[in-house]
Design a protein around this ligand. Sequence first.
Ligand code: MEV
Length: 310
Amino acid sequence: MIVTAEAPGKIILCGEHAVVYGRPAIAVPVSQVSAQVTIEENTTELLIHARDLNRLDRYSDLDPSHPLGAIIRLTLSALGDAAPPNATLTIDSTIPIASGLGSGTAVSTAIVRALAKYFGRNFDAPTVSSLVYEVEKIHHGTPSGIDNTVIAFGQPVFFIRNQSIETFSVPLPFRLIIADTGIHSPTKIAVGDVRKAWEADHVKYEALFDRCGEIARAARSLIESGLPDQLGPLLTDNHRLLREMGVSSPELDTLVGAALNAEALGAKLSGGGRGGNMIALIANESEAQVRGALLNAGAKRVLATVISSQ
Ligand code: MEV
């Protein structure tokens, strides 16, 4: 028997970091990049083949806190304490790691879906999301849950931690360019640093988070009203707030500046920051210009994506 499953990448449109502190944020799936998992019966035991990392591990050898071992264990338990199958689980991913595009989250999500399929089951999005959230805690420390939510639902989400998950419609699709600084930046570190800074200065950080939350609400309203071309100033303002939080970097600021100089409508870092990716909102006709400016300014890779209701 052989089964396959996949999960898309994601970006945060606005509200990252503030979302950890209960403010709303918007995230959207990015289907140009994805993680794929194949499970094929073998005659030995459960083996995990991470093709990109060139690693082959026995499931039985993995430490319980290892993210791959943990998501498999949690999924088997959700499948009614199923025994690990005699099979090889192969992971392939086109999502760059530690870059704010949800690589680890997408791999976990694809594993849950593939294992469920292998056992003839199909978990709904909230179940997949909550299993993956358990592993996010190993990756990220204090994750808000937005990454596992947007990837499991596969639709734009307006997310408030421990309160609500709302998918919403995008009557007029809009175009974003995503540019990678090439700097690996684990989310856990940026999230931990923001926590320390917040503990040292609640007043300043609460005010920054409030403003990010207002941006997320205003952005949703523009998108739902079919006015996404007016999102630009909100995104750029969100970048300024993230800089004040201390999660930008010279490379991110350079790419944001280059996109704006090339007439992007707005631009910001996306995700944990310090490295990873930035996004720029563009009008169709300026795509080549913005793309060229970002590559000239040092972007290691640039991809364009259209945000729509899926
Ligand atoms: C990471 O994609 C988004 C952060 O807000 C962390 C989180 O929400 O868990 C930086």
